[in-house]
Design a protein around this ligand. Structure first.
Ligand code: NOJ
Length: 554
């Protein structure tokens, strides 16, 4: 397998608005991040992925960009950003930036021009169509509720927006748009950044003619992995990416491992890896993410194992269990009460021992949990607020909608980072833009640093192990127990070395039998979330609640 620095790295994702506020305005900022660089170094991560910090009216917290080459005033200045980059580099860490080019803000200068007239030079930078019999040009739906088209009286036409009405889709069919994007990317790379995370990058190519859907189901079949997406990414790679030693990860909605091999295959000349959504869909019903269903470990293992084996030797996995769009992993897949500490460590063990690059989302390393605000007024996320209104209109009860929000709302991940037990969790001296999770007195960085048994120190150990054992990065993967509904066990192999990972996913103690062959091998515990006795019968293990063990076998 080809060795690459980005395969050996651990990435830490920062959502700047909620990370650290340096000036008391209640909004996280660049100087706040700078003040925490030594913390990141202590944690041991190699790469920071910074969610958008560009100029933006913040309809979708920075994913609606009005100037791709400017820094958002609320976050600081370009000089602050440069200091951040230098600070990371000085400490041996790298920086990847969020690239959001499926759409811009409607306040971007291109769109301001584009909407002025049908013959404006920027008209074709976006996707404009006349209405059909007084209605939208087609029946596509927006990810943020309602139709994917917005009527604009000035020119009596509609523009396409797959996300909010303030996020018009860029027209990638237009070579001038692609040139602008490539030039902008080059400009950032020349400033010394180390790569990009590419927002919904598999939506950039739409089927020509923009046809209606077959069944009114939203339109995804006409823009997910669209006809020219690989051509565009190969062009981007040729024109920009291939000229630098960087890492790229594409956010790709609704892709299979086979699609991933096309986006990130070693020989494809496109991206280094993609984020898959199959695992994140494990607890969603047919009507989508807000229909919350129980999930099963057998299905969980099936999905992860399929991605592990189908990409092996062909493309590279990115491993994540949460991010700024997802609920907190602990509340979703672990136990955010009594077994908080052990279950956070168990999930971390999985994250760091699969084949692929692990992504840690801010706060995950101290076991931050979901939040339950009592009223809808406390929520800030546009997706959540739009959905709430839509569901109320359809006749759902407010309590029921709130239940879905508690399980799946994006604000679960966006409450301020909990630094200490002081007011506002040490995030700000002012009033935070979104309320702090009330559990900050128990769950915070300061406490975790002082407790040798904390989730934080366990993350540090896992990250360190990755640097010591090549097998964690490059070993292949084999699932041991597909049918077991409680334990997840797998073996990684590299040359003559083997790694055995055993995880109890539930509170209930579990019996777990190992094969004669494995049971007789010499073993060493590399990491575990409980004390492990050397006396134990290795044929038949009894695992404690959320127990995780990683063995090296000889
Ligand atoms: C995916 C981003 O992660 C999410 O936060 C954003 O709302 C959409 N793309 C639109 O940019």
């Amino acid at each position: 397998m080809v060795k690459k620095w980005w395969k050996e790295s651990v990435v830490y994702q920062i959502y700047p608005r909620s990370f650290m506020d340096s000036n008391g305005d209640g909004i996280g900022d660049l100087r706040g991040i700078i003040s925490k660089l030594d913390y990141l170094k202590l944690l041991g991560v190699d790469v920071v992925w910074l969610c958008p910090v560009y100029e933006s009216p913040n309809d979708d917290n920075g994913y609606d960009i009005s100037d791709y080459q400017g820094v958002m005033g609320e976050f600081g200045t370009m000089a602050d950003w440069e200091e951040l980059l230098a600070g990371l580099h000085e400490r041996g860490m790298k920086l990847i930036m969020d690239l959001v080019v499926n759409h811009s803000s409607d306040e971007h200068a291109w769109f301001v021009e584009s909407r002025k007239s049908k013959d404006n030079a920027y008209r074709d930078y976006y996707i404009w169509r006349p209405g059909k019999e007084g209605r939208e040009p087609n029946d596509w739906l927006s990810f943020f509720s309602g139709p994917a088209w917005q009527y604009d009286a000035q020119t009596d036409e509609y523009y396409l927006h797959l996300f909010s009405t303030k996020q018009p889709d860029l027209n990638w069919e237009n070579p001038k748009v692609r040139r602008e994007v490539y030039d902008m990317m080059t400009w950032w790379l020349d400033k010394g950044i180390d790569g990009f995370r590419m927002d919904v990058i598999n939506l950039i190519s739409k089927v020509p003619g923009l046809p209606d859907t077959a069944d009114g189901s939203g339109g995804g079949e006409h823009y997910i992995n669209g006809p020219r997406v690989h051509e565009f990414l190969q062009e981007m790679n040729r024109e920009v990416l291939s000229k630098y030693d960087i890492m790229t990860v594409g956010e790709t909605i609704d892709v299979s491992p086979e699609d991933a091999v096309l986006f990130a295959g070693d020989d494809r000349g496109e991206l280094n890896m993609v984020f898959q959504f199959e695992l994140m869909g494990i607890d969603s019903g047919p009507s989508g993410k807000w229909e919350v269903l129980p999930w099963k470990l057998t299905k969980f293992k099936e999905i992860v194992s399929r991605w592990q084996t189908r990409l092996h030797g062909k493309a590279w996995n990115s491993i994540y269990l949460n991010n700024h769009d997802q609920p907190r992993l602990l509340s979703r897949f672990g136990h955010d009460g009594e077994h908080h500490n052990v279950s956070a460590k168990m999930l971390a063990t999985l994250l760091h021992t699969l084949q692929g690059t692990p992504y840690i989302y801010q706060g995950e390393e101290i076991g931050m949990t979901n939040v339950r605000f009592e009223t809808i007024e406390e929520y800030k996320d546009i997706e959540t607020l739009n959905m709430y209104r839509e569901y109320l209109d359809k006749g759902h009860a407010s309590e029921d909608i709130l239940k879905s929000i508690y399980a799946k709302g994006r604000d679960n991940a966006r409450t301020p980072m909990q630094w200490n037990g002081e007011e506002q969790a040490g995030f700000t001296t002012g009033t935070p833009w979104i309320a702090v999770n009330p559990n900050y007195k128990e769950i915070n960085v300061e406490r975790a640093l002082n407790d040798p048994n904390s989730v934080l120190h366990y993350y540090r150990n896992l990250i360190e192990l990755r640097k010591k054992h090549e097998i964690i990065v490059y070993g292949d993967y084999k699932l041991l127990n597909a049918e077991d509904e409680q334990v997840y066990a797998f073996v990684r192999t590299l040359n003559k070395e083997r790694l055995l990972v055993i995880l109890n996913f539930y509170e209930k103690p579990a019996e777990f039998a190992l094969s004669e062959r494995i049971a007789h091998e010499t073993r060493e515990v590399l990491i575990s979330n409980y004390e492990v006795s050397a006396e134990e019968d290795f044929h038949q293990l009894t695992l404690r609640p959320y127990e995780a063990r990683v063995y090296k076998l000889f």
